[in-house]
Structures are given as C-alpha cells and as structure tokens.
Design a protein around this ligand. Structure first.
Ligand code: FES
Length: 103
C-alpha cells in the first residue's frame, strides 16, 4: 500500500514555478506543476547524478543542465540514452500536495 506524505500547499507550487524538492526517505524528489497537474520524479539525473531540478523545463520535458539529458516529467522516461528516472504518485487533498511513499 502507498502512504502519502504532504510536501507543500498548492499555492506554493504554481504553474511554471521551479519544482519543490523534498527528501523522501533519503531520496531527493522534485515535484513539478505542469499545466495545473502535479508530477514527482527522483531528482537525480541517471547519467551522473546532477539534480534535475536545476534543469530547464519546456512543456513536460526537463533538460539536465550538466550534459543535456532530457526526461519526461510525466512518465520519468529518458529521451536520451540513459535510464529512466523513478516517478512517484502525487495527489491533492484539499490544498495539500501529497507524494506517495513506496512501502
Ligand atoms: S549528469 Fe545529467 S546529463 Fe550528465
């Protein structure tokens, strides 16, 4: 079963804002607001570990600032030759953004 933990209020993460990065059980997770929907991915580039939250976002694609790997924030898929990033479930309860913690 997935347990959800509150990571932010909805008004703290507006469309186009930089992602919020939180530590979930010793893993950095970046939460993005893409056109009003929230998505969470592990904040570690699968090439060489750079934080993806430092990258630029166009649509739902984030580009790692270090060597340019691109990832789909909605699916975690890498559009370059590297491994996909892990995704997390996200839900909104009232005005709270919650991320699923894997058990
Ligand atoms: S560390 Fe992200 S592309 Fe190399």
């Amino acid at each position: 079963m997935t347990e959800f933990i509150t990571v932010a209020k909805t008004d703290e993460l507006k469309v186009g804002a930089p992602p919020i990065v939180v530590d979930i059980e010793n893993t950095w997770v970046a939460i993005y607001n893409i056109d009003g929907e929230y998505f969470a991915i592990e904040d570690t580039c699968t090439h060489d570990g750079n934080p993806l939250a430092e990258g630029t976002v166009e649509g739902n694609i984030v580009t790692c600032p270090r060597h340019g790997a691109k990832f789909d924030i909605k699916t975690g898929k890498c559009l370059s030759i590297y491994a996909d990033v892990r995704t997390y479930q996200v839900r909104v309860v009232g005005d709270e953004i919650q991320v699923g913690r894997r058990k």
